[in-house]
Design a protein. Structure first.
Length: 140
């Protein structure tokens, strides 16, 4: 628990936009299924691996909760830092590029409510750093 990002405090950080996008990546880029208990509204998850579950559960702590998936959409409950209230945001799921040993990464393509297309990827450091370095940046 890092108080700099808990309880909406991430919005006060100098690079809050980057934090928001990163948390959305963790909450959206997976193939998990959620189940909502009708009585308690508690969400339980079924993920392909404990590693996959760890990412979207980590995103839930600062306020980016993966709530529901259909074949066409992913619903997130996001903490609105300005109002302190939970906002439901629906992302249209356009494609899933499954993790493979050859690619060493997993990606999803979604469209947000504003119509923006997002390609979200997660994977092995060696592959992601190499991919990001193609524009001349170096990562360690």
């Amino acid at each position: 628990m890092d108080e700099r990002i808990m309880n909406g405090n991430w919005y006060k950080e100098p690079h809050f936009f980057v934090i928001q996008k990163f948390m959305c990546l963790l909450a959206l880029c997976h193939t998990a299924i959620s189940e909502v208990d009708e009585k308690t509204a508690k969400v339980s998850y079924e993920a392909e691996s404990p590693d996959e579950a760890a990412f979207f559960i980590a995103a839930r702590e600062p306020g980016f909760e993966f709530y529901e998936r259909t074949q066409l959409t992913i619903l997130l409950r996001e903490l609105n830092s300005a109002s302190g209230k939970i906002t439901e945001r629906t992302y249209k799921l356009l494609n899933i590029l499954q993790f493979t040993i050859a690619r060493k990464r997993m990606s999803v393509i979604v469209r947000d409510e504003e119509g923006e297309l997002l390609l979200l990827s997660k994977g092995a450091d060696s592959v992601m750093f190499e991919w990001l370095a193609k524009d001349g940046r170096e990562f360690e």
